[in-house]
Design a protein around this ligand. Structure first.
Ligand code: HPA
Length: 281
């Protein structure tokens, strides 16, 4: 199987999704590890198993379901992607970002991505929410960019601008909304690494020096494709654990811990997203 997904294959996948719903979503939500239950708030939902969509990558990670839910949230038609695919699963960059190509094909203009991330910034605490203001695409800088390969100018430009990967207006709105809801959001730079092994102390020292506030294994390929397609992006990290080079002796990190902390912040994140979706024009 080729690492590249052709525009025809994107169109085929988009057509199948279209045939399975009569709704026209304008906002998409991608939910990270342990955050799937955010989709429970959708009404009049059409639920599409990703197994029914051609060329769609299968999700293999626990805590990730592999469904597409199109329904109403705060009077907006929203598409929720439950269960994203990751590069560490062995798929190509094109394959893991097909869902975003389909979103663009459906006419979605706003992408809200959530993820679980390790907190590198010492001012962070597990359970914090961090607005992503910029990212370090460690894989992209080393050649694993989802836009590598033939470019279809109908989908986006060969050399897309990335000056403002995360929309400043949406970030401002999210900050203000969090304040109204009674909490403060952190803001910072998200470093994208491949995983699936967590970082060594030396790697964390390196990322900290490079200006990263948080580190995770998702989101950035989707954001690159979304920006290529001209979508506006809001990214929110749940800081599920501290990712520091000098942890307390005996401290280790497990996926279960990541899922547990993720669950703890769901009410807060749910309120925030509901309110932000209500305000999106
Ligand atoms: N490192 C990478 N990915 C993560 C982490 C981490 O510490 N926590 C949650 N996702």
């Amino acid at each position: 199987m080729s690492e590249f997904i052709t525009p025809v294959q994107v169109a085929e996948a988009t057509a199948v999704v279209r045939s399975l719903t009569d709704k026209t979503p304008t906002i998409a939500l991608v939910l990270g590890s342990g955050l799937s239950s955010l989709a429970d708030g959708l009404t009049h939902a059409d639920i599409i198993s990703s197994a029914n969509i051609p060329h769609w990558p299968a999700s293999t990670v626990s805590g990730h379901k592999g469904r597409l839910i199109i329904g109403e949230l705060e009077d907006k038609v929203v598409l929720v992607l439950q269960g994203r695919s990751h590069y560490y699963e062995g798929l190509s960059m094109n394959q893991i970002t097909l869902p975003v190509r389909v979103m663009a094909g459906l006419g979605i203009r706003t992408l809200i991505v959530t993820n679980a991330a390790g907190g590198i910034n010492a001012d962070f605490t597990p359970g914090d929410l961090m607005l992503i203001k910029d990212h370090l695409n460690m894989l992209g800088m080393a050649g694993h960019n989802p836009l590598r390969g033939p470019n279809d100018d109908h989908l986006g430009p060969r050399f897309p601008d990335m000056t403002e990967p995360y929309n400043a207006h949406l970030r401002q709105m999210a900050h203000a909304t969090a304040n109204k809801l009674g909490f403060q959001m952190q803001e910072g730079v998200y470093a994208y690494v491949a995983g699936p092994s967590y970082e060594t102390p030396a790697e964390l020292r390196f990322l900290r020096m490079a200006g990263a506030d948080a580190v995770g294994m998702s989101t950035v390929p989707s954001v690159v494709v979304a920006r290529h397609a001209g979508m506006q992006v809001l990214g929110i990290s749940t800081i599920t654990n501290m990712a520091v080079p000098d942890p307390a002796p005996g401290t280790t990190l497990t996926h279960d811990e990541v899922l547990e902390t993720g669950k703890r912040v769901i009410p807060r994140l749910t309120n925030l997203i509901h309110s932000v979706v209500r305000q999106i024009k």
